[in-house]
Write a protein that binds this ligand. Structure first.
Ligand code: PLP
Length: 393
């Protein structure tokens, strides 16, 4: 079905679905590593690109392609490239867009391993990177070098919930011939479409909101143009960063309820954030939906909703934060985010522990910062849980 001019929810359910000879309502799992050719000429045509079709699952697979077409349409892009994980997407992007002597500018408080992969490994191959607070555009302008190839931003960033102006970044990137890459994991295509705001490449850890059920790990890249698609896809295939058919099936099943899940989670998050903000034991809270968020106006402009991620600090710093995390009963003490269940974690000792102390502080990750991913449980139960835990602090 052609869903190009249909609404977002219709796209969620129908975009990219295969024509199935049996009329299957869902995209079946093509659990096959290889696909037979009709004859030698057919095989040769597939390899030369004269004909479209499937050869080998690391290269492409019908179940995976259906998901790629679905998310590409949700992001208004040219094409999707599904990967084994979000980091499979990051490594495929770095590998295809950077080379020895190249330079990247990145949001300082990006997902920890996105930064670690660059600082600890790409540095070994002669790639340089500058990590700055990209919410301040002058920091980006001041970091541009003649060899800058990528501006890599995450907004809202992890775990500081700091926003970066995508449109303004696109202007800077265009002026200097730099590729703008956006990690859109925290928003999903339901809340933010970076390609529409001028980004060249957008990617997701589909492990989070897109799949939404905490039962698989996966990633996807969507490019704005055919040119970027053809630059990145071969590297994903050659590196073996591909998704597998069963994973793709699970994500396809999860994505169908994306808007329902996010609407509920962000409605709950707004109530929890407002409640936490007035709680006497809270030192500060960052949630884009609160008027107190320094970039509340940008959030209203760039996002369609405020999402369900927040971070806050309790009076008493790390010790108090530990007590809170050890006292919650409904929220799971776990990393990851964007699922139907509420999760709480401590970035300084968990997801971002690999970043050196001083750099962590520069990126805004204080020792007392607690990150909350709000799920779709009843909000009164979520608040009661935090209330009893805060009473213990
Ligand atoms: C989880 C995450 C990643 C990495 O994704 P994986 O699926 O865990 O490999 C990248 N960016 C952000 C913002 C994330 O939350």
């Amino acid at each position: 079905m052609d869903t190009k001019n249909k609404g977002f929810n219709t796209k969620l359910i129908h975009a990219g679905n295969l024509e199935d000879p049996f009329g299957s309502a869902t995209v079946p799992i093509y659990q096959s590593s290889t696909f037979s050719f009709r004859n030698a000429q057919h095989g040769a045509n597939l390899f030369s690109g004269k004909e479209n079709g499937f050869i080998y699952t690391r290269i492409s697979n019908p179940t995976i392609k259906a998901l790629e077409d679905n998310i590409a349409e949700l992001e208004n892009g040219y094409g999707g490239i599904a990967t084994s994980s979000g980091m499979g997407a990051v490594s495929s992007i770095y590998m295809s867009l950077l080379e020895k002597g190249a330079h990247m500018i990145s949001t300082a408080s990006v997902y920890g391993p996105s930064r670690g992969l660059m600082e600890n490994h790409f540095s070994r191959f002669g790639v340089e990177a500058t990590f700055v607070d990209t919410s301040v555009l002058d920091n980006i302008r001041a970091s541009v070098q003649p060899n800058t190839k990528i501006l890599f931003i995450e907004t809202p960033s992890n775990p500081t919930i700091q926003l970066t102006d995508i449109k303004a970044c696109s202007k800077i990137a265009t002026e200097h011939g730099i590729t703008l890459v956006v990690d859109n994991t925290f928003c999903s295509p339901y809340l933010q479409n970076p390609l529409d705001l001028g980004a060249d490449v957008v990617f997701h850890s589909v492990t989070k909101f897109i799949n939404g059920h905490a039962d698989i790990v996966g990633g996807i890249i969507v490019t704005k143009t055919r040119e970027f698609y053809q630059k990145i896809r071969p590297l994903m295939v050659t590196l073996g960063n591909n998704m597998d058919p069963h994973q793709a099936f699970m994500v396809h099943r999860g994505v169908k309820t994306l808007s329902l899940r996010i609407e509920k989670a962000q409605e709950n998050a707004m109530k929890i954030a407002a409640w936490l903000e007035q709680h006497p034991k809270i030192k500060w809270i960052k949630y884009p939906g609160l008027a107190s968020h320094p970039q509340h106006e940008l959030a209203k402009k760039q996002m369609r909703g405020f999402g369900s991620m927040m971070s806050f600090e309790i009076k008493g710093g790390l010790k108090a934060g530990e007590k809170l995390m050890n006292s919650v009963k409904l929220a799971l003490l776990a990393v990851s985010l964007g699922g139907v269940e509420t999760l709480i974690q401590h970035p300084a000792s968990m997801t971002h522990s690999g970043i050196p102390g001083e750099e962590k502080l520069k990126a805004g990750i204080t020792d007392g910062l607690v990150r909350l991913s709000v799920g779709i449980e009843n909000v009164e139960d979520q608040i009661a849980d935090l209330e009893q835990a805060l009473r213990n602090v």
